[in-house]
Design a protein around this ligand. Structure first.
Ligand code: ATP
Ligand code: MG
Length: 467
């Protein structure tokens, strides 16, 4: 028995087939699940296409399987239940037509053929019959199998219509090309370029969903380049495309920060599947265009781009309706601190290491990964030299942390205590004193204890004329 037969012998498909047979209903397994069989990927969801009502049919199947909880979505004519850890989704076959203003189609009941035509890509339009007369037969009207072999993304119909109808499909095309390492068919690429402005009718949440899947792929640069080359990226994320390009003045150039960013994200993708660390990589230089200056002595400079970048991270998260919680703080912090490890390489003192540990806290390892990924010179020797230096920094971080426990350290005196002790109101001075105490301890000037901190506080208060 071959692989496919084995899969279609699973209980769920046999039960669906029996129920369909009894009720004189036609059913198919369709879409991602079928595609993933041929790609030898495992999928978590199974889409069952029913010629007729998907909801009514799903209830019959659930009953037969003894499943109580079925979620139905009347508006979409779909329903689903969980079975052996998989999401089993039922949908009635449909025929769709679209308005220009919306990606929500007018839906009518349709045939298998209508339904396959409304699917986004040829590789997502394949179906296996679950009907008794031709159980297990592959129905592949658009040659999805050939496109899998050729590693190419194509649409069942004219891609101009496919993308204009539902512009989200443009992002899905790029996302599948990235996840599967497929190419976009030339007419698909061109149709994305033509229809790029239509992306503006898609909700931010859906856009980010696809972008996140691109970032979590083995080589995110594949997708990010396609988004840039088709012009789609500039439509929804101009902050990123502004990184593109170089400039030369008096024979001095700077690197193309867009392609540098893609390299950084690819480097990170080999080390992590932490989405937010990948976001930090994507945004680490986002402040560069706004901070770019030129002077004869230094050439191009980007002073303060990490601070500007940190502020832009917040704006970007807001614009895309991304979580404004600890995920935002994390990405912002990494962007703000991304130059610190490289600065330390030049001067690995205990106090610099302690400061870095204090500022990065538990995110120190991620910050080091970002900094290491940020080394993208064409000169292999240079890259290796920096990476070797980072090994020393990492070692030093471990030693100092073991000795001084800075990662989750809090200075021994709070603002409250300062105000009480000096009998002052909340003011700028409280912050200054607090910072001075923290710095003195991190620099090793005073001991890390309450007594030493109080004595030191008195000294500063005197200087500030508070005593
Ligand atoms: P994955 O689950 O890995 O994201 P998938 O192909 O299963 O990939 P789903 O979003 O689960 O994607 O959709 C299931 C199927 O529904 C797809 O294979 C495709 O046939 C169809 N489909 C999904 N979204 C669209 C769309 N925007 N336009 C047309 N068909 C779509
Ligand atoms: Mg799916």
């Amino acid at each position: 028995m071959n692989e496919i037969n084995k899969i279609l012998e699973q209980n769920i498909f046999r039960v669906i087939s029996d129920v369909a047979n009894k009720n004189n209903t036609e059913t198919y397994v369709i879409g991602g699940f079928v595609r993933d069989i041929f790609l030898q990927r495992t999928s978590k969801d199974i889409d069952i296409l029913v010629i007729g009502s998907g909801i009514d049919f799903s209830l019959k199947v659930a009953k037969k399987l003894g499943i109580k909880k079925v979620s139905t979505y009347k508006n979409y004519g779909t329903s689903m239940f969980k079975y052996k850890g998989m999401d089993i989704e039922f949908v009635g076959a449909r025929k769709e037509s679209y308005h220009r203003e919306s990606r929500n189609p007018i839906v009518e009941n349709g045939t298998l053929d209508d339904d396959q035509k409304r699917r986004d890509f040829t590789i997502n339009a394949m179906a296996f019959s679950l009907n008794k007369n031709n159980y297990g037969e592959l129905l592949d009207p658009f040659n999805g199998i050939k496109d899998i072999e050729d590693k190419i993304i194509r649409t069942p119909l004219n891609p101009d219509i496919t993308f204009s109808d539902d512009p989200l499909r443009m992002l899905r095309a790029v996302r599948f090309a990235t996840q599967l390492n497929f190419e976009l068919d030339k007419i698909v690429f061109d149709a994305i370029s033509t229809n790029k402005q239509r992306i503006n009718i898609i909700s931010k949440e859906r856009i980010i969903d696809e972008l996140n899947k691109i970032l979590l792929s083995p080589y995110p640069s594949v997708g990010l380049s396609l988004l840039e080359e088709t012009g789609l990226l500039n439509e929804f994320f101009p902050e990123l495309t502004k990184l593109k390009g170089t400039e030369t003045i008096n024979g001095v150039s700077h690197k193309d920060n867009f392609y540098h960013t893609l390299e950084v994200v690819d480097n990170l993708a080999t080390k992590t599947d932490n989405l937010w660390l990948l976001w930090a990589g994507l945004l680490h230089d986002i402040g560069k265009p706004r901070s770019k200056r030129f002077n004869k002595k230094q050439g191009f400079t980007f002073h303060g781009h990490e601070v500007i970048g940190g502020r832009m991270v917040t704006d970007i998260f807001k614009k895309f309706k991304m979580p404004l919680n600890e995920k935002l703080s994390y990405v912002k912090k990494l962007v703000e601190l991304h130059l610190r490890p490289i600065a330390i390489v030049k001067d690995v003192t205990d106090s610099a290491i302690r400061r870095l540990l204090f500022d990065a806290g538990d995110d120190i390892d991620d910050l080091m990964s970002l900094a290491e990924s940020d080394i993208t010179s064409k000169n292999e020797y240079k890259v290796q030299k920096f990476l070797n230096n980072f090994v020393i920094v990492r070692q030093k971080l471990i030693e100092i942390e073991e000795k001084d426990k800075i990662r989750n350290w809090q200075p021994p005196i709070t603002g409250e205590e300062i105000m009480q002790h000096l009998n002052i109101q909340p003011s700028r001075e409280v912050g200054i004193i607090k910072n001075n105490i923290k710095d003195a301890i991190l620099d090793g000037e005073i001991e890390n204890s309450k007594d030493a901190a109080f004595a030191f506080m008195d000294k500063i208060a005197n200087k500030l004329g508070l005593k």
